[in-house]
Structures are given as structure tokens and as C-alpha cells.
Design a protein around this ligand. Structure first.
Ligand SMILES: [Fe+2]
Ligand SMILES: [Fe+2]
Length: 244
């Protein structure tokens, strides 16, 4: 895969997902997305398995050394599991974690030589990239917010606090239009009625494009697809999204 094209703002590549997209990449339960083109190169979540993460990065021609920042959405191993092996290959990484992460996990990061940044409220990570801050839910979680020329791009890990709650919070923090929301929406057990209501909220919030994956569930993905049509992005491991 070639490097970021000239005059594109952002390249996102899904490097860990239980959903398949490109057969050259391995699927496994979890989520991770690589982002380049911003001021800093970011990996959002690390999937559940370091070997698969590193294999997939290698398949994509991405050296672990290129990654400058890791943002971990929440303390579930299908999002944090790849970190240790990644830091073994490149300890010069800033790891942004919700402040509630266990001390021994944070200490483990520091022992590798990496820096821990503890997140509570929304903060800028680098130019055009922000954390939503930790949003309360059954599991507290942070999402990634990118301010692109097309509008906001929001990337979620599992969206345990609720995808609509997350987007509503982001809307309060950033008075801009939503261009794209992708990642885990955590709607596996939701009824058709609940899903319809969530899709209606997406429309009311003006979300232009969606890419539900990981723990979003098959029925929600289908219903989002039916509503969004060509603005539905089929996300899975190996999926590349370029934003100009
Ligand atoms: Fe997850
Ligand atoms: Fe989770």
C-alpha cells in the first residue's frame, strides 16, 4: 500500500477488526485504526493481539516506528491487547489512556520507556486531533475526534457509553458538522426499534457517512446500510479511508 497521497488530509487504515474487508489481513476480535497525515501519526486502539496487529501493520507496509501516539479508548483487552508488543518494537510512543486505567497497566507502559498521558476531559492531541474526554457509561470510554476539511470524523472503540451519547457530547464540544463516524457502535443486542431510533438520531445530528464495525452487530450494520446507501462505508480489517 502506498504512502499518503499528496494533498490528502488524512489516511485511515483499519489494522485490526473482527470484520473482514481485505483478505490479505488477519481478522480477530477487537479494533485498531492507523491514522496518518495529521501532525502526528496515531494508532487508535491496538486490537486484542500484538502479533496479529504487527502482522497487519507489516502487510500494510507500516513500520511500528512510524507511530507516535497511541490512544486507547477503554480498558478492554480487545482494544489494549496489542499495546505491549507494539511498545516492544517502538517505545518512543505517547500513550493516551483514560485516567481510570489501573496503575499497574500505566506502570507497565512506563517500564517499556513510553510516556503515559492520562485523560479525563477533552484535550487536543495534536493539530486537528482531539480526545472526546472520558465519557461515562457501563464502561467509561474516550473517542477520537478529527477536525477535517470535510467536517468532524469521530472514531469509536466500543461506544459503551452509547453511540448517540458520545456524538451528542462531541457536538457540545465541537460546533461543527459530522462528516464520518466509524468504529464499534456496540449495538449487538439492540432491537430493530432501538436501532431505528439510533439511526434517526444520526440523521438529526447530521452525520453524513457511517462505518459501523467491530461490535456494532450485523442487524445494525444492515439497517445503517439501508438508510445510508452510498454513504455507508463497509469497514473491516484492511479498509482504507482517505479524506481530502
Ligand atoms: Fe470491543
Ligand atoms: Fe469494549
Amino acid at each position: 500500500m502506498e504512502n499518503i497521497e499528496e494533498n490528502s488530509f488524512l489516511r485511515a487504515l483499519v489494522v485490526f477488526d473482527n470484520n473482514r474487508y481485505d483478505d490479505r489481513f488477519k481478522t480477530d476480535w477487537g479494533f485498531s485504526c492507523y491514522l496518518e497525515g495529521l501532525e502526528k501519526t496515531i494508532l487508535f486502539d491496538t486490537g486484542g493481539n500484538g502479533k496479529i496487529l504487527l502482522d497487519n501493520l507489516e502487510k500494510a507496509g507500516i513500520s511500528p516506528k512510524k507511530i507516535q501516539v497511541v490512544v486507547l479508548s477503554h480498558f478492554h483487552s480487545d482494544h489494549t491487547g496489542g499495546l505491549e508488543e507494539l511498545l516492544s518494537r517502538n517505545p518512543a510512543i505517547e500513550v493516551w489512556v483514560p485516567a481510570y486505567f489501573p496503575e499497574n497497566f500505566k506502570e507497565g507502559i512506563r517500564k517499556k520507556g513510553a510516556r503515559v498521558v492520562e485523560v479525563t476531559t477533552s484535550r487536543q492531541i495534536c493539530r486537528s486531533a482531539f480526545t472526546s474526554g472520558v465519557i461515562e457509561g457501563p464502561v467509561n470510554e474516550q473517542s477520537l475526534v478529527l477536525d477535517t476539511p470535510r467536517g468532524l470524523v469521530v472514531i469509536t472503540g466500543c461506544a459503551h457509553p452509547g453511540i448517540v451519547k458520545i456524538l451528542s457530547r462531541v457536538k457540545e464540544l465541537f460546533p461543527k458538522n459530522f462528516y464520518l463516524v466509524f468504529g464499534g457502535f456496540h449495538l449487538g443486542g439492540a432491537s430493530p426499534k432501538e436501532i431505528e431510533s439510533i439511526i434517526a438520531h444520526f440523521e438529526a445530528l447530521g452525520v453524513k457517512k457511517v462505518g459501523p464495525t467491530h461490535c456494532s452487530g450485523d442487524l445494525p450494520r444492515k439497517l445503517f446500510y439501508e438508510k445510508y446507501g452510498e454513504d455507508f462505508i463497509q469497514v473491516g480489517v484492511g479498509k482504507e479511508i482517505i479524506i481530502r
